[in-house]
Every structure is written in structure tokens, then in C-alpha cells.
Design a protein around this ligand. Structure first.
Ligand code: HEM
Length: 379
């Protein structure tokens, strides 16, 4: 199977490479040096090296734009719609401490020299820190004996909202990471053609998953907001670091203070910034002109906020999978053992035991559900 996939990919890349290397007619070679849809009478004409490049790398407009940039030609005739019709490049400006350049070039440098290396390092540091934590502490939990009686932790609706959001997030995170870091990490391995196709497919997936993420995030926010409201127990939980280094977990209600931080910082604050800037990039917000400058600012905000969001949710995904015993089972089946509830959310368990919260809120029996409604055994 593996060798089949490898040979399929190899065959695809060879055939695409052959298609790329096929000789171009001289006329189309000249045209492909300029971008489709642009006619720039005052812009420099493609020279011999441009024409040569157009033959070997059709569609690569870099030489054309470099000469537009160098000659400072900003205006030409374009048949593209939009507020900046006729503008080939942004005006030349000089930012404090930098050379005379276009805003586009300044944006490119902020992206490539700040956001990519520092953002990438932050993600790698997060993953390494979690790996270190895992190898030193292992999976948390499992100290309280299970009773076999189950309590409903998440209703069907809560789980459906959560997983819609999580799937959309995963598609966005993977495609976003490839768009941001793939040129440096994957292109040298895959080659330009295969990487180009992959990025194009993932960029399209990103544009579609974005609105799904926005809607499901809103549903997740309203579904879980009430149980994430802060209370006095959260302060104790935070001051004691959740009891991580004390051997006993600090009692919490349905969600602990760590989960609440992820909720308010990740779902609410960063979620809002990421979705708003993403909708600008998708040109889905009404009433905006969508000038190049607007898009550059939206991109930088989007990139920084998504990196921070990924860092938070890498921690969340860790805790929801290998970091804590049976947490994933709760979100998968909706049910947790009484022992689990008592160990990780003792105040919530006490409220259920006291009858203040029903042990089952949705209809539809699953194994052990009936037992869950009975008072829990004392340990
Ligand atoms: C992609 C993989 C993900 C996995 C494996 C995962 C796993 C889990 C698990 C196991 C729980 C239950 C924790 C508990 O019982 O206390 C949970 C809760 C929750 N998850 Fe996720 N999750 C993922 C992604 C996301 C994303 C992308 C979001 C939102 C942007 C999110 C938002 C929440 C919320 C709001 C809760 C309820 C607890 C709280 O408010 O903190 N999850 N998740």
C-alpha cells in the first residue's frame, strides 16, 4: 500500500514536471511574463531573460514585477475590478529604520522575518514542552477507582457542536501551517509543482472551512459559556496550579480554571480576532474597500492570532487525548465514570450527588446511563 502511494505520487510529480517542461510557443512565452488581466503600457517590456524564464517557468511573473518595482511604475491599465483598479504596486514609502520600499515589500518582510520564524519557534517550543511534560509526568488521572456507574458529561448537541468545530479547526490549522511554513519545510522535499498543487488545494479547503469554523465557534461559545463563568474556586485552582505538583487535583466545578482560561482566551478573544480577520481575508465582511493595505494588516493580525490560538489548542488537544486518562472518552461518548468525575471535577460531582445538577440531561439511554441517575456510592 505504502509503495503504491509512493509510486503514485512519484508518477504524478513526473507527469506534472513534464507538463511544465514542455516548450511554449514564443508568443505565449512573452505574454506569460506579465500577469493575466494586466496591461501596463508604461511598465517595462519583458526582456530576453524574462522570455527565457517564461519558457522554463510559465506563470512565474517575478521578473516582470521586479522591473515594475525597480522602475517605480505604480500605475498602468488593468481590467481587474476593485477599488485599486489601475494600481500596479503600492506607493513607495520609507518606514522608520528601513529603506525606501513599497508597503507590500514591508509586509513581506514582517511575514518572512518575524511572523514565520518566531511563530514557528513558539509552536515547536509548545510541542517540545508538552512532550517533555508527557515523558516526565505521563498521562494524568486514574487514581480514583471507577465504580462502573456513568454520569453524562456532554449531551449529544454539545458533542456535535464541539466536533464540528474541532474538525474545522484541524483543517484550518493544517492548511494554515502548510501555507505559512510549507515553502520553507515542504517545498524543498516535494518540489515546486507538487507543493504548488497541494497548497492550492489546501488554500481552497481553508477558505471553505473558515466560515464553518466561524459558525460552529459561535455555537460552542454559547453552549459552554455558562459553565465557564469564573468563580472563587478558580482562583484557588490557579494559585495551586491545579494541584499538578501536589499529587491531588484541586476540586473544580464542571470545568476547571485551566479550561476556562482556554475558553475565554482561546475560544472567545482569539476566536473573535481570528474569525474577524479571516472574514476580511475572504472578503466576506460587507462595507469594506479591501485595499491591499487592509489585506496586509488583516493578514498580520490573522497570522499572529492564529499562532497564539494554535498554541492554546495544542495544549487543549494534548489534555483531551494523551494528557488525561479518559477525557477523550467523555467527549466521544458523552459519559464519564463517577470515579473520573470525582477525581477531576469534584465540586461538579458533589453537585450531581446532591441532586443540584441532573446526572443525565439528554434523553436516549446508553450503557450505564440508568445507573448514573442513582445516587453515587461513597468512597
Ligand atoms: C481538534 C481536536 C480536539 C480534541 C481532541 C478535543 C478534545 C476535547 C475533550 C476531550 C474535551 C472534554 C474535556 C473535559 O471533559 O473537561 C473538550 C472540551 C472542550 N473543547 Fe475540545 N478538543 C479539540 C478541539 C477543540 C477546539 C478547536 C475547540 C474550540 C475552538 C474546542 C473547544 C472545547 C470546549 C469549549 C470544551 C468544553 C470545555 C471547556 O469549556 O473548556 N475543542 N475537548
Amino acid at each position: 500500500m505504502r509503495s503504491f502511494i509512493v509510486s503514485l505520487l512519484a508518477g504524478l510529480s513526473v507527469s506534472l514536471a513534464c507538463a511544465q517542461a514542455a516548450p511554449e510557443p514564443a508568443a505565449s512565452a512573452q505574454q506569460s511574463a506579465a500577469p493575466v488581466g494586466f496591461v501596463a503600457p508604461s511598465a517595462p517590456q519583458p526582456d530576453e531573460s524574462n522570455a527565457q524564464r517564461a519558457k522554463t517557468q510559465p506563470g512565474n511573473n517575478a521578473p516582470f514585477w521586479r522591473s515594475v518595482h525597480e522602475s517605480g511604475v505604480q500605475h498602468g491599465v488593468t481590467n481587474l475590478p476593485g477599488a485599486e483598479k489601475g494600481v500596479l504596486i503600492q506607493p513607495m514609502v520609507q518606514y522608520p529604520g528601513s529603506r525606501f520600499t513599497t508597503a507590500g515589500e514591508a509586509w513581506r518582510q514582517v511575514r518572512n522575518q518575524w511572523i514565520i520564524p518566531y511563530g514557528g519557534s513558539l509552536i515547536v517550543i509548545t510541542v517540545l514542552a508538552l512532550a517533555l511534560f508527557y515523558f516526565s509526568k505521563g498521562t494524568l488521572g486514574g487514581h480514583e477507582p471507577y465504580t462502573g456507574r456513568l454520569i453524562e458529561r456532554f449531551t449529544y448537541f454539545e458533542r456535535a457542536a464541539h466536533w464540528c468545530n474541532a474538525i474545522a479547526f484541524s483543517v484550518l490549522a493544517i492548511s494554515g501551517l502548510v501555507m505559512a511554513f510549507g515553502k520553507f519545510l515542504m517545498q524543498p522535499v516535494l518540489g515546486g509543482t507538487l507543493f504548488g498543487w497541494l497548497t492550492y488545494a489546501l488554500k481552497t479547503a481553508h477558505n471553505f472551512a473558515g466560515p464553518l469554523f466561524a459558525v460552529s465557534l459561535l455555537v460552542v461559545f454559547f453552549t459552554f459559556a455558562r459553565d465557564n463563568l469564573p468563580n472563587r474556586h478558580d482562583l484557588t485552582w490557579l494559585l495551586k496550579g491545579g494541584g499538578l505538583f501536589g499529587g491531588h487535583e484541586v476540586p473544580s466545578e464542571r470545568f476547571n480554571a485551566g479550561e476556562k482560561v482556554v475558553f475565554w482566551a482561546g475560544v472567545f478573544l482569539l476566536g473573535f480576532v481570528v474569525v474577524a480577520s479571516g472574514l476580511v481575508l475572504d472578503q466576506l465582511l460587507p462595507g469594506l474597500a479591501y485595499l491591499r493595505g487592509d489585506m496586509q494588516i488583516a493578514h498580520m493580525i490573522h497570522a499572529v492570532a492564529t499562532i497564539l490560538m494554535m498554541v492554546l489548542f495544542i495544549g487543549h488537544i494534548y489534555m483531551g487525548t494523551i494528557g488525561m486518562k479518559d477525557a477523550y472518552r467523555g467527549m466521544k461518548t458523552g459519559m464519564v465514570d463517577e470515579g473520573w468525575a470525582r477525581e477531576h471535577h469534584e465540586l461538579w460531582y458533589d453537585d450531581i450527588k446532591a441532586g443540584k445538577i441532573p446526572a443525565q440531561r439528554s434523553t436516549g439511554a446508553s450503557a450505564g446511563t440508568a445507573a448514573a441517575t442513582k445516587p453515587a456510592a461513597q468512597h
